[in-house]
Design a protein around this ligand. Sequence first.
Ligand SMILES: [Zn+2]
Length: 177
Amino acid sequence: MQELPFSKVISFDKAVGSSAQYSVKIEQEHFPRLSESCCSILEPIEANFRFFKDLQGLSTIEGSLKAKVTFVCQRCSKEFVKELNSTFSSTCDEQKAKSLKIDQKLDIVELNDDGTFNLLDFLEDCLLLEIPFITSHDEDDPECIENENGWSFGKIVKSSEDNPFAKLQSLKENLKK
Ligand SMILES: [Zn+2]
């Protein structure tokens, strides 16, 4: 496995203190949750981010991520490529933000009990948030043609199994018997 150019867990304060800044490509294998959430990650994830104190003195991480992944289209069941783009700006200074009454406007990240910050998990979370609720081709994509019988196989069948309402329905039906 490629070594990360940064530690998975870091000291936010130290990173701010040294104005740490990264412009890196991170191998797919470092993002297991993202891998599970899509069909494949096509190339290393581009990450650009830096640590600094903002104008109000809040310790901040700011940056962007780009990942090229594939999903199965829920309309036509074909795989399609999607670029996930995330931009973020978050602070760990919750108390200070609250005292400045700007905590509602800011994205606040939690630190661990020992004051460390799960940097790699944070980056992966940012990308997971960019995954659309329904994964499908764009509306007007000519690639996207529904199956002849108007019903697609594969993922969509699986997702209805996982659907809590479907489960509830089958539970109700079983009770009637
Ligand atoms: Zn499609």
